[in-house]
Design a protein around this ligand. Structure first.
Ligand SMILES: [Zn+2]
Length: 431
């Protein structure tokens, strides 16, 4: 086991300036677990998870609980115009740019107890532990709760952090509408989280996000800490294939303009393209609509969503191009009119090499097995990486399962991630 140098004495008061001991765990595993389980009681799902979609009453209750805990821990809480919450623990130089950590409290409809929530409550645990050990940092430490990360209620995902990063305007966020026609701005005001802090680009000295992996790699390799070097890029395409609706019984097959054979050929072709870009390319057909949606009418239109991912910019562009070509070719062959358009795009993100190395060093010094890896999923850090040096810490989750109420992470792994987060924050906040 490697026990190194890091006595973080410069500019730092650690219990009357004894150095921070890499081998000592300062965070409280049981408290972190209790806090996670208490949050999961809010907006309970039907199968042990949580349903706390953005700007619902359950989201409000989850936010209220976090704000209560943050104030109890001595933080000053501010809320910006799109509902992002910042819990600030002051530094010895209040003018210094804060070191940021955090994630999201909103969940999918079949959300688990850890996706996002862990990153927020691990940040809270860091603050509580700094208090317990009377550690003063030079930079302030801020724990952020980003609004509408999931994107399941209001599209797009990662909206709150996107506004802070300048990816989206405040007006764009405010104008988002959910499936029931409810508007983001109205719902935000309704739950009392339209704050006075400007939702604008802020300066952060460094930004960290702890998160469950949401995939099977760490568990499969028996590694406790994922040192995340970046996030895969993604394109969401929407494909519309036009048919002519006709009677299911009286119209001979050869006289139909049925978009189905065309759709299946495109889907097969997309899987083949992705298979030719192993191992990193991904395609997901996660949503599908049939219009008018009647079992005895050949469809007037098929609308297919396609999510394409790759960590490399050129490869991702080439995947998208290939799918466009495929669609045009197949539709021509079947004589089907079509539209294909991107509805969302997330370029691949590279995290800050210094912070990535810091996380790696800290994890190794603590004796946790660790490996560098890419994130397949999008996270708020992707936006924050546009405005601040950013990195992420992953911990394993059972079976790689996420966006599922059965999502589970071991208390010991969650504590290991929070321990690494704590030490990385202390080092960054007292350089
Ligand atoms: Zn998440």
């Amino acid at each position: 086991m490697i026990v190194h140098e890091w006595h973080l004495s410069e500019g730092l008061a650690v219990n009357e300036s004894r150095g921070l001991d890499a081998q000592r765990v300062y965070i409280d595993e049981a408290r972190l677990w209790r806090t996670l389980m208490e949050m999961a009681e809010i907006g309970p799902g039907s199968a042990g998870g949580s349903n706390r979609q953005a700007l619902t009453d359950a989201d409000k209750a989850g936010r209220d609980l976090f704000v209560h805990w943050a104030r109890e821990a001595g933080c000053e809480v501010s809320i910006d115009a799109v509902g992002n919450i910042f819990a600030r623990r002051e530094g010895s130089q209040p003018d210094a740019a804060p070191v940021l950590t955090g994630s999201h409290l909103d969940t999918q409809p079949t959300g688990g107890r850890f996706d996002g929530v862990y990153g927020v409550l691990a940040g809270l645990e860091v603050v509580r532990s700094l208090n317990d050990h009377r550690i003063a940092t030079v930079h302030p430490v801020e724990v952020a709760v980003w609004t509408n990360e999931e994107g399941c209620r209001f599209s797009p995902a990662m909206l709150g952090s996107g506004v802070v990063a300048g990816t989206y305007s405040q007006e764009f966020a405010e104008s988002r509408v959910d499936r029931d026609g409810k508007v983001f701005a109205d719902e935000l005001a309704r739950i009392g989280y339209r704050g006075s802090r400007p939702a604008a680009r802020c300066q952060f000295a460094a930004a960290f996000e702890a998160h469950i992996e949401q995939g099977p790699i760490l568990e499969r390799s028996g590694v406790q800490i994922g040192v995340v070097t970046g996030i895969q890029g993604a394109y969401w395409l929407e494909l519309s294939l036009q048919g002519i609706p006709c009677h299911a019984g009286s119209t001979p097959m050869e006289m139909r303009k049925d978009p189905w054979p065309c759709a299946t050929a495109i889907i097969d072709g997309a899987y083949a393209i992705v298979a030719a870009h192993k191992p990193w390319a991904r395609v997901t057909i996660g949503d599908f609509r049939i219009l008018p949606g009647s079992r005895n009418t050949s469809p007037a239109e098929l609308i297919v969503s396609m999510d394409l991912r790759h960590p490399d910019v050129q490869q991702l562009e080439s995947l998208v191009e290939s799918v466009y070509e495929l669609t045009a070719d197949v539709c021509k062959e079947f004589g089907i009119d079509f539209r294909i358009a991107p509805t969302w795009h997330m370029p691949p993100t590279r995290f800050d090499e210094q912070l990535v190395s810091l996380i790696e060093q800290v994890a190794s010094a603590c004796g946790y097995s660790n490996q560098r890896m890419l994130s397949g999923a999008g996270h708020d850090s992707l936006n924050i990486a546009q405005i601040a040096p950013t990195a992420m810490i992953f911990v394993p989750c059972a079976g790689g399962l996420s966006h599922n109420e059965a999502e589970y992470a071991k208390p010991s792994d969650l504590a290991a991630g929070a321990d690494v987060l704590f030490k990385a924050i202390v080092r960054s906040a007292s350089p």
